[in-house]
Design a binder for this molecule. Structure first.
Ligand SMILES: Cc1cc2nc3c(=O)[nH]c(=O)nc-3n(C[C@H](O)[C@H](O)[C@H](O)COP(=O)(O)OP(=O)(O)OC[C@H]3O[C@@H](n4cnc5c(N)ncnc54)[C@H](O)[C@@H]3O)c2cc1C
Length: 302
């Protein structure tokens, strides 16, 4: 890589935040994925300049959060991965409004809400993503979704301008927002909750946690539900009914516990996970005529 550019990036955010040939298996919950040529972890003051520098130098880049909805190719990623994570994870509460930087984990924000006796974010406590990733995906569970609590988002656009987007402008629908199409990057989100009963909030969080532990294969690496819920069906049920419970490609497997999850059972590669997903799609289409659309995002070279 261009030494001058490397020096510039180090000058901007410190050497420890500019990694080269960083294995992406360390940054994805699937625990797979080859090296990113550059792996950058800016803070709130540095993010705009980091985006700007990548643009000026014509380095392709992708912004990620906690890597819990990603399948990264085994041959890695050309260009830069910009992580909006720990270094951008401040959470502040004023009355019934929580302002969270995009790198804050959903679980951390839900815990802070509970501690402040605020209700509305219990659904999010077991989703292992960042606030930024949750906005992008309109993440949801157990009858709640980001759309229900989001007030507005601060984002950067492709030119590095900072803008405020209202909930309506985010065009939120099932596991979708307009953020990727518009080329925005989420920097901060404001969530509107309600004053509630602290014990009731903790009870609901515990209840949802127990449901996840009993139903989901949390003991194996995965990216959660691999496919979106097709209209009028459940992906897991279709996969089960197609006879694919436990189906394996190398180290990748359709979870025996929950067919909606593809798991990294044993040293799987991303290519094996992708192959398995394609096999599942083909079989479900052949048997039931239903197209399964991946919820997981593919990045890098396979
Ligand atoms: C065990 C398990 C259980 C799960 N359960 C649920 C669940 O119940 N409900 C649910 O909805 N999801 C669930 N997921 C999936 C995942 O946690 C969510 O999709 C989450 O919102 C992804 O957030 P992330 O920070 O990990 O995003 P990443 O995986 O890092 O990225 C996801 C996408 O968002 C983009 N992105 C991330 N951050 C930003 C940003 N700041 N600005 C612009 N683009 C960005 C990335 O480029 C990528 O396209 C689960 C995953 C696992 C592993």
């Amino acid at each position: 890589m261009n030494v001058e550019l490397y020096e510039k990036l180090c000058g901007l955010m410190g050497k420890e935040n500019v990694l080269q040939q960083e294995p992406m298996c360390a940054h994805t919950t699937f625990r797979t994925g080859g090296p990113a040529q550059l792996y950058l972890t800016p803070d709130m003051e540095q993010i705009q300049s980091a985006l700007e520098l990548c643009r000026q130098e014509k380095i392709p880049f992708v912004v990620i959060g906690n890597g819990s909805n990603l399948l990264v190719g085994d041959k890695g990623i050309d260009g830069a991965v910009i992580e909006i994570g720990k270094r951008m994870s401040q959470i502040t509460i004023e009355g019934e409004v929580i302002t969270a930087q995009a790198g804050a984990l959903m679980s951390a924000v839900a815990s802070r809400a509970a501690a402040a006796s605020l209700t509305g974010l219990e659904f999010a406590s077991g989703i292992p993503g960042s606030i930024g990733g949750a906005v992008v995906m309109n993440a949801g569970a157990y009858g709640g979704e980001m759309k229900d609590v989001l007030l507005s988002v601060t984002a950067a656009d492709k030119e590095g301008r900072i803008l405020t987007l209202s909930r309506e402008e985010l065009e939120l629908s099932y596991r979708h927002s307009c953020i990727p199409e518009k080329g925005y990057y989420v920097l901060e989100a404001r969530l509107g909750l309600r004053q509630g009963d602290k014990e009731a909030v903790y009870d609901r969080m515990r209840e949802l946690k127990n449901m996840r532990v009993s139903k989901q294969p949390l003991e194996y690496p995965s990216a959660g539900s691999t496919f979106k819920r097709p209209e009028g069906h459940f992906a897991g049920k279709l996969i089960d009914d197609a006879g694919l419970r436990g189906y394996r490609v190398g180290g990748a497997q359709v979870s025996e516990k929950h067919c909606g999850f593809v798991i990294n059972r044993e040293n799987a590669t991303s290519a094996q996970i992708r192959r398995l997903m394609e096999d599942v799609q083909a079989k479900v289409k052949e048997k039931f005529g239903v197209e399964l659309e991946p919820e997981v995002k593919f990045i890098g070279k396979f």
